[in-house]
Design a protein. Structure first.
Length: 134
């Protein structure tokens, strides 16, 4: 299983958490891994890391998103798909040693697959702004 496929699995779990707003993250992760029959150790480790990391750094990640929105936009206005992709990508950019170009490219590809028509441009624009600010 390659990193792109693992990232997509992580995105799906992050998205489901955006919708469910369930608090027991460990239980959600275990159920997700089990129901999707994920046994690859790298996948399990990555999914646990990003999902827990996003939860631990939720406030900072959401502030970065809000800071880079247009003046009349609020976090609540962003689709759950786009918000999930942004959270995953920002976590990886800020807390992982992965080249940001790879992260942005994969976030844009996932937005094309799961998002709306304008999602790819929106996700790309927000992430580019965050990379520029350092």
């Amino acid at each position: 299983m390659n990193r792109s496929a693992i990232r997509e699995l992580a995105f799906k779990l992050i998205y489901s958490q955006e919708i469910q707003k369930d608090e027991d993250i460990d239980e959600q992760i275990e159920l997700y891994l089990e129901s999707n029959e994920i046994t690859n150790e790298n996948a399990i480790e990555y999914i646990k890391d990003v999902v827990k990391g996003i939860k631990e750094n939720k406030e900072e990640i959401e502030k970065k998103i809000e800071k880079n929105l247009k003046a009349d936009w609020k976090l609540e206005r962003i689709s759950k798909v786009d918000l999930s992709l942004l959270k995953l990508a920002i976590y990886e950019i800020k807390y992982k040693e992965i080249p940001y170009k790879i992260i942005i490219n994969e976030a844009v590809e996932l937005s094309k697959k799961y998002g709306e028509e304008q999602s790819k441009n929106f996700v790309n624009g927000i992430l580019a702004s965050i990379v520029k600010e350092g």
